[in-house]
Design a binder for this molecule. Structure first.
Ligand code: BGC
Length: 391
């Protein structure tokens, strides 16, 4: 953990220095010529953007309603603060029309790179195409922009690994057979929701097929229980029954109606695949309130502070830490490369329905009560003072 973080910090540091030089080149207030890419390495460590420098990069995030995206905003601000820049970060309020207006506003302000987390992967194609038409590079951030070639790069976490980690946690804790399994998924408009589910299904399916688990809330998933690999259409059918739409209230209402429909015999010691922390807390609270549920194991992802507290308190079983500092660093590195006329490092590709988008996925870490202190506090991700009752 530690050496990896050091590497991240070093990469971010180098990037920030390069970024500050790019700011000098692109900022309205600066007059000096752009350094050649090879000169970047020789920049003095103390380089700071000139007062009032404007960043040639704009950021568009999906919503302020989830701690996850506030966390990304904070991490972007922290990274840019180190070079004396206040980045322009716009939120789309869960609305694709607002997202497109945000992108257009950044284009009109003269940014050269837009870092965009689409609210809806398909709808965002129009915004990306507007950027491409204006000569602006588009970096899809965390979520892929679909069905367009107007995406220049994709920084992400390994989303299949997120789903696999969640499923592995449930499988590792499954003792016996006929264990009730409740499945929940993200928003069907988000490509990640499919990747998370696909990653989870590959691990869960053999344990459903052999009778360890019995799915209680999706007839579509039950009908496909003997299929190790699902098509996108099959996944869509399942997700259609178990979607939370990434919303706490939708997750809560769905969990309530699942429990109302279930018999007491379908409860007891239950296993719950919850796609992320926000929905996990909503679903966990609902299951905890049902007297026929004697024990539950529930997954999550994002290491949102409230969920870290839930894990410490034994109310959520696990989360998947996606170190947002890495994603921010990768996004800035890519933006800096584009600004310098270079191509960012590609370690993988993701098919967006139109082409193989050059990408850089990052690793994820499973966090439970057992390693919460080491993974979350000792790594410097959050402060111990943010929590009570740390083990
Ligand atoms: C992200 C998750 C997030 C979810 C809901 C996904 O695309 O990868 O980290 O919890 O969206 O916002």
């Amino acid at each position: 953990m530690k050496p990896r973080n050091n590497r991240i910090m070093f990469a971010l540091f180098s990037v920030l220095i390069s970024a500050s030089m790019v700011l000098t080149a692109c900022g309205g207030a600066a007059t000096t010529a752009a350094p050649k890419p090879t000169e970047a390495a020789a920049a003095p460590a103390a380089t700071v953007a000139p007062a009032g420098a404007k960043l040639a990069v704009g950021i568009v995030l999906p919503t302020k309603n989830e701690p996850r995206w506030i966390q990304d905003e904070t991490r972007f601000k922290d990274a840019f603060a180190k070079i004396g820049v206040t980045p322009e970060i716009l939120f789309s309020e869960g609305d694709s029309a607002k997202e497109k207006a945000n992108v257009e506003s950044l284009i009109s302000k003269g940014v050269k790179v837009i870092i965009l987390t689409p609210q809806d992967g398909k709808a965002a194609a129009a915004a990306a195409e507007a950027a491409r038409a204006a000569g602006v590079k588009v970096i899809a951030y965390d979520r892929l922009i679909l069905n367009t070639d107007a995406v220049d790069y994709y920084v992400t976490f390994d989303s299949m690994a997120v789903g696999a980690a969640q499923a592995k946690y449930l499988v590792d804790n499954a003792k016996g057979t006929g264990l009730p399994l409740y499945l929940y998924a993200g928003a069907a408009s988000d490509n990640n929701a499919f990747l998370f589910f696909e990653g989870a299904w590959e691990v869960l399916q053999p344990k459903i097929a052999d009778g360890t688990f019995v799915i209680k809330n999706s007839s579509e998933a039950t009908a496909l229980k003997d299929k190790p690999k699902l098509t996108r259409d099959e996944e869509a059918k399942i997700i259609g029954q178990i979607t939370t739409d990434w919303k706490f209230d939708v997750a809560k209402n769905l969990a309530e109606s699942n429990l109302t429909a279930a018999k007491d015999a379908d409860k007891g010691n239950v296993f719950i695949l919850a796609p992320n922390d926000g929905t996990s807390r909503a679903i966990a609270d609902t299951f905890a309130a049902d007297k026929a549920v004697t024990k539950y194991y529930i997954t999550g992802q994002d290491a949102e502070k409230p969920s870290v507290q839930y894990i410490i308190d034994g109310k959520q079983s696990m989360t998947v830490l996606k170190d947002v500092r890495t994603l921010v660093s990768d996004a800035i590195t890519a933006a800096v490369a584009f600004l310098a006329g270079k191509t960012p490092v590609q370690t993988s590709t993701y098919n967006n329905g139109k082409f193989e988008v050059p990408a850089k996925p990052s690793e994820v870490i499973t966090v439970t009560k057992d390693n919460v202190k080491q993974a979350i506090i000792d790594s410097g991700y959050y402060q111990a003072s943010d929590f009570t009752g740390l083990p």
